[in-house]
Ligand binder design. Sequence first.
Ligand code: IMP
Ligand code: MG
Length: 178
Amino acid sequence: MESTETINVKTLFSEEELQKGIKDLGTKLSKFYKDEEVYVICVMRGGVFFAVELAKHLTVPVKMEFVKLSSYGSGTTSSGKVNADNVSLPDLNGKNVLVADDIVDSGLTAKYFLDFLKENYQTKTLKFCSLLNKKARRQVDINPDFYVFDVDDKFIVGYGLDYKEHYRNLPYIGYVEN
Ligand code: IMP
Ligand code: MG
């Protein structure tokens, strides 16, 4: 059996805090979109837990799409390069589009994907939301339009965020203590 590297994880946001924060964002976004339909585009793999939970709290009509993007290698710093494998999306022209990811860190993934969407579609609205915002390591001038929590310059795991593909399934958000 493959062994998991043991790391020391300290809780940053409990399951209850996450649930409340995401629910409140859902309420805010439901008001923002009024009664209009929104396409929630979930960035895999990390954004899945957040996007799914957020969608449950949207009271407007929702359609969900999933794309796989990655800018991290297997380490704890951004590789600086975004990979998009087989991005396949419906016609988003004239639609309200809300991209949902786990965290905005360097900002490269968000910028890359927003530029991709702008080049390919004339959406009615285009917004980016994330569970977490790690401003300390930003490399490009971009900020999520909506987010739930700010985080310091720490390596985060849980609720979709991984360390070498492990710990995504933690129901809370923690940081790795060195
Ligand atoms: P960015 O392109 O540097 O903004 O990073 C985007 C992606 O890097 C996120 O969607 C995460 O998958 C990953 N990432 C950034 N910071 C962390 C972290 O602290 N822990 C785990 N993954 C992270
Ligand atoms: Mg990610």
